[in-house]
Design a protein around this ligand. Structure first.
Ligand SMILES: [Zn+2]
Length: 253
């Protein structure tokens, strides 16, 4: 079995100095390849450094909505030309925490980064929290058919799933799909077609069962695969195979 963690943060200080150890841990649970996701200048630079130094890692760079005010388009355009950089992210909208920076600024910076992605045919990793309505409108008005959009850690119900599938999105599930108290996400995972499905950890966050409460790591993508297999009524091997091939397709590997 080969598993691709499409959204993880080995560039987070929680893992610093132990990159090889976490890659080895992942390999033991068949997690062979990962996309390291940036969110601001510092994390983007570290994502690129890791991808340049460790073979199974790729870099995705962009400005998370929390850092929208620091957005640097010149730097983004220069970085996405590097061979190790396979996408733009994580970018999006987050209205959960007191709406700071204000939604208008988040939307503007999201659209600017979508424009860059469109221009350079780069896929994007979308962060969306408590903002499905605005996200849907923005993505609907942006033709990303040539570049590809990943909805990272999708936690919506089947109605939202179908709306985003209609826009041609890839749907990525994190450890949340393994939580007992997430019946809507179980149902969405069951209904997501195998050819649009991706898996991720979002480590160090969102640790799946049976390790919920501990620090997450890329190896645990294996438990996301297991949970999806259970809700779809298929084998983990089938989930791994499809999601691995899908990850290669969306990131152009
Ligand atoms: Zn993330």
């Amino acid at each position: 079995m080969k598993i691709f963690d499409t959204h993880t943060h080995l560039n987070d200080p929680a893992f610093s100095g132990n990159t090889q150890q976490y890659i080895d841990n992942a390999k033991e649970l068949d997690v062979d390849e990962m996309a390291i996701i940036g969110s601001n200048e510092e994390f983007n630079i570290e994502a690129i450094r890791l991808a340049q130094n460790y073979q199974p890692l790729h870099a995705v760079v962009g400005w998370h909505p929390e850092f929208a005010k620091e957005y640097n388009e010149e730097q983004l355009v220069n970085q996405i030309k590097l061979p190790e950089v396979v996408g733009i992210g994580e970018i999006g909208l987050d209205y959960h925490w007191e709406e700071d920076p204000e939604p208008k600024i988040q939307q503007k910076v999201l659209i600017q980064q979508l424009d860059v992605a469109q221009q350079y045919n780069m896929p994007v990793s979308i962060h969306c929290r408590d903002a499905f309505d605005d996200m849907y409108q923005i993505l609907k008005n942006h033709d990303m058919s040539k570049s590809g959009i990943i909805m990272h850690s999708f936690n919506g119900d089947v109605e939202w799933l179908n709306k985003f599938l209609d826009l041609g999105l890839w749907i990525s599930y994190s450890g949340v799909v393994s939580f007992k108290n997430a019946p809507e996400v179980h149902e969405s995972a069951k209904e997501t077609p195998l050819d649009r499905l991706l898996v991720e950890t979002d480590a160090p966050y969102l640790t799946p069962e049976p390790y919920r409460g501990h620090t997450n790591q890329p190896a645990y993508t294996r438990y996301v695969v297991d949970a999806i297999a259970k809700y779809k009524g298929i084998t983990p091997d089938e989930v791994a195979e499809h999601t691995f091939n899908n990850a290669h397709q969306v990131y152009n590997l």
